[in-house]
Design a protein. Structure first.
Length: 446
């Protein structure tokens, strides 16, 4: 609430003076500092004297104003200040050193009035011409003036009381995924779909005879061949996650992340199977047969060099499928081996990498693929069009209950795929899988 002085019975300059006081009171904030009080009081008395130092206020009526201001009446300033003090929160005030008594603004105003009543009376009666008896001319501070305790400096740590919600935060959706191997081999294979769980193909073998040049009336040479059927059965790879319905309801992104994780686990298992699975392709096999299981090792004996390096090993292995009428397209190597190969230097310290790679970064017409899923020290190369992958049932997700899961609010989520992979017997020569060390030993001159 604001202080308001009554103007009943006042006229002229006295009325103007009191109205000016009311305007000053209206401008006062609810909580003020000592400096504000001093400044306000100075402003209140400004205008009591003219430029010549002559008093311009009727002090007889001002004495009546004093009673209305500092008396015990219900309308007096002091009573209003007391009421005002009950509204304003009491602030701690430290008086003399060691004094821990808490003083409110109301108490400090009352104490100030009681200590300086005679001086105020002297001023009102005209005996004093200014407030010099109350205000120190040097420091401009009131004797026994009002002191309002300063608030503490606020900070996030000191003022939030350990809140985890302030300051406000932005919550990113979903999860930051793990940095793991990604499936790679299927994208390079001869991949297509199929609507059958069983695939049968027929291969020609054991050819006999050959065409020949004949004279007129000559007997044509007889040729023949045999054929044999092979088959592939779709293999299933799957994973499951069990989760509560409450978790699915309460965590917005959980269902999507579960499906993403299931697909990753299924696809990475497929990739591992395509590379190194041990299945034999029969109806009893439970996993795929990997390309490294299909591919033969290096067997040529008539390529010889000196000081063989890893590039030499790849060039020799590339020749093996070529000699069997295949055209290899890719070579898969570990990134560590690739780095060591690129750092090979000649006797003068110059890198030899440009001597072995063309403008498209190919190594002897082979597209290199660096992956840490090939063991360090090994490599795989071949004509990837001969490695066939047939997707029978693409990745799918199923939700369901197991035993008493329903009454426990548990859900089982399954992700699975079914697919074929195979290399025809007649195409096995299109690949080579071996170690650099074995091939370098085989091609190094004795």
């Amino acid at each position: 609430m604001k202080l308001v002085l009554k103007t009943d019975g006042l006229t002229g300059d006295n009325l103007k003076f009191v109205e000016a006081l009311n305007l000053k009171f209206a401008e006062l904030p609810d909580v003020i500092t000592t400096a504000d009080v001093q400044s306000t009081i100075k402003g209140m008395v400004k205008g009591l004297w003219n430029e010549k130092g002559e008093v311009t206020v009727d002090f007889e009526k001002l004495a009546g104003l004093y009673e209305k201001t500092f008396g015990d009446g219900e309308d007096s300033l002091q009573v209003i200040l007391k009421k005002q003090g009950t509204i304003i929160n009491e602030l701690k005030e430290l008086g003399k050193p060691g004094d821990s008594r808490v003083k409110s603004i109301r108490d400090q105003l009352k104490e100030f009035h009681e200590k300086n009543a005679d001086k105020l009376q002297a001023f009102i009666s005209g005996e004093a011409k200014n407030f010099g008896a109350i205000i120190d001319p040097g420091t401009k501070a009131m004797h026994g003036g009002i002191v309002i305790k300063a608030a503490v400096t606020m900070g996030v740590v000191t003022s939030s009381n350990g809140s985890i919600f302030t300051p406000g935060v932005e919550v990113m959706p979903g999860l930051v995924d793990l940095n793991r191997n990604r499936p790679f081999l299927e994208q390079y294979a001869n991949t297509a779909g199929t609507s059958r769980a069983r695939i049968v193909w027929t291969e020609k073998f054991n050819p006999q005879g050959q065409a020949g040049w004949l004279a007129e009336g000559g007997v044509k040479p007889l040729i023949s061949f045999e054929w044999k059927e092979y088959e592939s059965y779709a293999k299933k790879v799957a994973a499951k996650i069990k989760v509560s319905t409450e978790a699915l309801q309460d965590v917005d992104w959980l269902a999507a992340e579960i499906e993403t994780e299931l697909q990753y686990q299924v696809d990475i298992a497929v990739d591992a199977g395509l590379l190194s699975g041990t299945g034999d392709g029969t109806s009893g096999a439970t996993q795929l047969k990997g390309l490294t299981e299909y591919a033969p090792g290096y067997v040529l004996t008539n390529i010889v060099t000196t000081d063989a390096n890893d590039y030499d090993a790849i060039r020799a292995a590339y020749t093996q499928p070529q000699s069997l009428n295949f055209l290899p397209s890719h070579v898969f190597i570990n990134p560590i081996d690739a780095a060591n190969m690129d750092l090979v230097k000649d006797d003068n310290g110059r890198p030899l990498v440009k001597e072995y790679r063309d403008s498209n970064n190919r190594i002897f017409r082979l597209q290199p693929v660096e992956t840490n899923q090939i063991p360090v020290g090994s490599f795989l190369l071949g004509d990837m069009s001969r490695f066939k992958v047939r997707n029978y049932q693409p990745f799918a997700v199923y939700y369901g209950w197991v035993n008493d899961d329903f009454e426990k609010n548990l859900v089982t989520i399954i992700g699975e795929r079914r697919l074929h992979d195979f290399v025809a017997t007649n195409d096995l020569g299109a690949f080579v899988y071996d170690t650099f060390a074995n091939v370098k030993t085989a091609i190094t001159a004795p």
